[in-house]
Design a protein around this ligand. Structure first.
Ligand SMILES: Cc1ncc(C[n+]2csc(CCOP(=O)(O)OP(=O)(O)O)c2C)c(N)n1
Ligand SMILES: [Mg+2]
Length: 573
């Protein structure tokens, strides 16, 4: 048998290629140089990112859009620690991501090596698993293991720690050592199904339900279950409400859509209160989705379907537990229920559509607002009118996700709205758009970000320009850390602002200086044309610097946010 002498770095690159993997985002250092060199020689798509956190955000968005494993890397020390925020997004959101981190040469560890830190201890709680390549021979095995863990069960991030002596050392590998199981190229690699007796209990409850409602979370998208959910909801006449991440579980334009539930809602919270059975799918029922554990109110009949058994009962005590992959579980329910009880739900379904129509009529004043500075709702109104069904809307961690979650209408089932609600960090908009565009090069990608969020990730507009990626980044320019300012306004009164103002900045000029296409929009009537121009642009990002309200009393996202009252202990967002 012939062996091929290569560095550990090259073995890692070959193992990635064996999984059909890439693109990858990172910033180099000494430790991983042989890996970078192998990427160049072997043609693994790798791009320099200007902040490793953004590299993981891009990998996360790529994984969310494609289901395939997102890849990132960081060098020893600050490179590794910069990964933490991004990795926690992947962990909390269930995104399959593999990250390589350079580590010290083991002959010198703990001797004040430059950039040395207890980095594995820092990274450990941020990931689903942390593997260390202990001997060079095991490099391909560790990559295989990382992909297997990242794509199985509830997907998540896996760090592979690569000591310098492993990356730079050499070993004679046989070709067969790089074999990879193709099922682990994407999540879910393997699906589990609910127990028959649990399914029977769920079917018995749903068959006689008159006002049932499905509450869909991001797990629906991780599982690729949206088409199955749409078919089940239609065949069974059960309306669907969703979390921010669950948007697109069915199309928002579907008559069965009850819209967002939880902290902000259109009509869904009332439907939850009136429901006789709630079917929760792929949703952790966390703080925002439950409006701080008040929705659903205690005493509801809940069927909870999730792939992580430990999530059952964490925030709400369900009647029936369906321990299943979402798509498999929905298909099984569909098959077993066979539309039973559908006829008795005709009024319920008609009422949902009527209430949604009434909500839309009430919201139209804001989504079509001619106010200047521009009302953020108008931006969502324009996006609803302009974006085609296949578009992807990325939303930054702050207001953008809440405004988008509430007001954006997806027009087909599937993940068309990509917020970073795993960790809700600001700064996700631009790198998220980079990852989404690489994952779906033929789909229009639009990102919404606050000016604060853009400030955090401005450097990676350079990355997007360098990579020739055409997406549209809409900046909600309110010259403020607006969410904080709005809370200060509500809690301490007008004028009581601390560290929540930003300098008035022309982000269009900033973006132009970075080589991007850019338009500053101050007139709401010009918004539509600007969005269309952004979508039509090729090979370069477009930044739309949209001047929105600076009045902290009018920043909160709701059909009429002026009536929002903050109660003690409440958080608003
Ligand atoms: C990394 C990080 N730091 C702080 C926060 C808390 N936070 C949530 S929204 C927000 C305001 C962000 O300002 P900007 O991006 O301009 O959005 P705006 O609210 O003004 O639309 C902040 C600071 C966060 N989510 N993430
Ligand atoms: Mg702002």
């Amino acid at each position: 048998m012939s062996t091929h002498e290569m560095t550990g770095g090259e073995a890692l690159a070959r193992a990635l290629l064996a999984h059909g993997a890439g693109p990858m985002f990172g910033m180099g250092g000494f430790q991983l140089l042989p890996f970078y060199d192998a990427c160049r020689r072997l043609g693994l798509r790798h791009a320099l990112i200007n902040d490793e956190r953004c590299g993981v955000f891009a990998a996360d968005a790529y994984a969310k859009v494609t289901g395939r494993v997102g890849l990132a890397d960081g060098t020893l020390g600050p490179g590794a620690t910069n990964l933490v925020t991004g990795l926690i997004e992947c962990l909390n959101a269930g995104s399959p991501v593999v990250a390589f981190v350079g580590d010290t040469h083991r002959a010198y560890s703990w001797k004040n090596m430059t950039q040395e830190a207890r980095q594995l201890e820092i990274l450990r709680p941020a990931v689903k698993d942390l593997l260390r390549v202990e001997t060079i021979q095991r490099a391909p095995e560790m990559v295989r293991r990382a992909f297997a863990v990242a794509t199985s069960g509830r997907p998540g991030p896996v760090v592979v720690s690569v000591p310098e002596d492993i990356a730079h050392g050499t070993h004679g590998f046989e070709e067969s050592e790089f074999a990879a199981d193709p099922r682990h190229q994407a999540a879910p690699a393997i699906r589990c199904r609910a127990a028959q007796d649990d399914l029977a209990k769920a079917v018995a409850l749903l068959a006689k339900a008159r006002r049932p409602l499905i509450l869909a979370g991001g797990g629906v998208h991780i599982s690729g279950a949206a088409p199955a959910l749409e078919a089940f909801a239609r065949a069974s006449a059960i309306p669907v409400a969703h979390t921010m991440t669950g948007k697109g579980a069915i199309a928002c334009t579907d008559p069965l859509s009850a819209g967002l539930f939880g902290r902000y809602d259109r009509i869904a919270n009332a439907l939850i209160a009136e429901a006789d059975v709630l079917l929760v799918i792929g949703c952790k029922l966390g703080e925002i989705a439950t409006k701080r554990y008040t929705v659903p109110a205690a005493g509801k009949t809940v069927i909870h379907m999730d792939i992580v058994a430990e999530e059952f009962g964490r925030t709400y005590r369900p009647e029936v537990l369906l321990w299943a992959d979402a798509r498999a579980g929905i298909e099984d329910l569909h098959e077993a229920l066979r539309g039973e009880g559908k006829a008795g739900r005709a009024d319920h379904v008609a009422e949902v559509a009527q209430r949604m129509a009434a909500w839309r009529a009430a919201a139209a004043a804001r989504t079509g607002s001619a106010e200047t500075p521009i009302n953020v709702a108008r931006i969502l109104g324009e996006l609803n009118a302009i974006l085609p069904p296949e578009a992807i809307l990325v939303a930054d961690g702050g207001f953008a996700a809440h405004w988008g979650g509430l007001l954006y209408d997806t027009k087909r089932a599937g993940r068309g709205f990509v917020p970073d609600r795993g960790f809700a960090s600001i700064g996700y908009g631009v790198p998220g758009a980079i990852g989404a565009k690489l994952g779906a090069p033929d789909r229009p990608v639009v990102a919404m970000t606050g000016d604060g969020g853009l400030n955090m990730s401005l450097g990676d507009l350079e990355t997007a320009r360098r990579m020739g990626l055409a997406f549209t980044a809409i900046v909600f320019n309110n010259a403020a850390s607006g969410y904080v300012k709005a809370l200060q306004h509500a809690m301490y009164g007008a004028g009581s602002y601390q560290s929540s103002d930003l300098a008035e900045t022309d982000y269009a000029a900033t973006a132009r200086a970075l080589g991007c296409n850019a338009i500053r929009v101050e007139d709401p009537a010009k918004l539509g044309a600007a969005i269309r121009a952004g979508i039509a642009t090729r090979d370069v990002p477009t930044v739309l610097d949209v001047v929105v309200t600076r009045d902290p009393a009018h920043m909160l996202p709701a059909a009429d946010n002026r009536t929002v009252q903050i109660k003690k202990g409440d958080r608003i967002a």
